[in-house]
Ligand binder design. Structure first.
Ligand SMILES: Cc1cc2nc3c(=O)[nH]c(=O)nc-3n(C[C@H](O)[C@H](O)[C@H](O)COP(=O)(O)O)c2cc1C
Length: 386
């Protein structure tokens, strides 16, 4: 029988032991680090005897034993096995993003199945067995009590635009006028998207809900503001304190160039009136939900907040944007985050939209469709032959 090293394999040290972690079928297994050397002899289909020749300093018996253990763990795959075929398929489909993204995706698949699921929890997220003493729980709200603060107006800008109109009008805007956004409008965006709507009893103390759904209502995502062009607010970096409805100064000063810089050179971002950084305070989620899949939930939560931000900004007559391309370290530094337990996930922005509209791509024409397979059975044809 010949074997090959799984293409979907990550090795690491945990608590001082070397772990071989094949995914998605294998089992993370603690092994002697020499396992890595044995695995390296199975780059292509090889029998144990052939591998033993390449591993001269190991006896054939040791190699054979290692092969048995590594096969059991799923790190070595038998030729023509269904697992080997699936491994090749995953390797092919994920090659652009491997190993980082494929490992996160597959190593966290089904991890609910190994956890006890609480039936009391509104969204059936697996809980940690040991909830800390309430005094040890991370605070619900991030606050900077010593920071200079700017209370926001309690008056709200109108959000009465019909839903049908708002949901269809929402577009990503990259062209903005130089008009400043009023503090009232900014305050309405922040309180509507990030402020508490109500408080609930979780059984382990109070939690709060926002206008967006959030896994376990942990509200691990804090909102930091990069204010560039807001009436009555000095340009700079702030934290939105949702409990107080105030802005806490993190760093004075912000320029157009700096915004472009933190948004990975995207010029349009520098024309927005403000940006909002969603930063995860991991502990607020991980103190209760211990499985690594919950990191995916943090990303999903960020998406929900992004959509509510876009719809709210649209309803207020602003043009919203969002970007996944930003300089994480620089943003963390500007917002005063340690980029360890408190780390940026998503960047949103808004400003007054250019009267010319959002500078959209042109609508698709008959010619465009002729070059686009819309269904699996259809092949693209030459222009004019639709
Ligand atoms: C998660 C996410 C990341 C995005 N990142 C960028 C980006 O880095 N730069 C950019 O110009 N647009 C970015 N966009 C905007 C998309 O290009 C835009 O949503 C898409 O073209 C569809 O247009 P629409 O939003 O007007 O429907 C992003 C959108 C999302 C949802």
């Amino acid at each position: 029988m010949r074997y090959r090293r799984s293409r979907c394999l990550t090795c690491y040290w945990r608590d001082g032991t070397f772990v071989v972690h094949p995914y998605p079928h294998g089992t993370p297994t603690s092994l002697h680090p020499v396992a890595a050397e044995v695995l390296s002899a199975f780059e292509e289909w090889t029998g144990p005897a052939g591998a033993a020749k390449a591993l001269e300093h190991l006896t054939p018996e040791t190699v054979e034993e290692a092969v048995a253990v590594l096969t059991e763990a799923g790190a070595l795959l038998a030729e023509d096995s269904p697992e080997a075929h699936h491994d090749e398929e995953i390797d092919r489909h994920w090659s652009a993003w491997a190993p980082e993204a494929s490992f996160l995706h597959y190593a966290t698949q089904n991890d609910y199945l190994d956890s006890e699921i609480s039936t009391q929890d509104p969204d059936l997220m697996p809980e940690s067995d040991l909830m800390p003493d309430p005094a040890q729980m991370p605070p619900l709200f991030t606050t900077y009590p010593d920071a200079p603060r700017h209370p926001l107006p309690r008056s709200r800008a109108g959000l009465r635009a019909p839903y049908e109109q708002v949901v269809h009008a929402r577009r990503t805007h990259r062209d903005f006028t130089r008009d400043a956004v009023s503090l009232e409008t900014l305050g309405t965006v922040l309180s509507t998207v990030f402020g508490p709507v109500d408080f609930i009893d979780s059984g382990h103390g109070a939690l709060y809900r926002r206008t967006s759904p959030a896994g376990g209502s942990r509200q691990e995502l804090d909102a930091y503001l990069g204010a560039l062009n807001v009436t009555g607010l000095a340009p700079g970096w702030y934290h939105y304190n949702g409990l107080e409805h105030s802005l806490e100064l993190r760093r004075e000063g912000l320029t157009r160039d700096e915004v472009v810089d933190v948004c990975a050179g995207q010029e349009w971002a520098g024309d927005a009136a403000f940006m909002v950084v969603l930063a995860a305070r991991l502990e607020r989620m991980s103190v209760k939900y211990r499985t690594p899949r919950c990191y995916r939930v943090c990303l999903l939560n960020a998406g929900h907040l992004g959509q509510t931000f876009a719809l709210t900004a649209t309803a207020l007559g602003l043009g919203p944007s969002q970007t996944g391309a930003f300089n994480d370290g620089l943003i963390a530094e500007r917002c005063g985050l340690d980029n360890a337990g408190h780390t940026p996930l998503y960047v949103l922005a808004a400003g007054h939209p250019s009267p010319d509209g959002p500078n959209e791509p042109p609508p698709a024409t008959l010619t465009t469709f002729a070059h686009t397979p819309l269904r699996a059975s259809q092949t693209a044809t030459s222009p004019g032959s639709v």
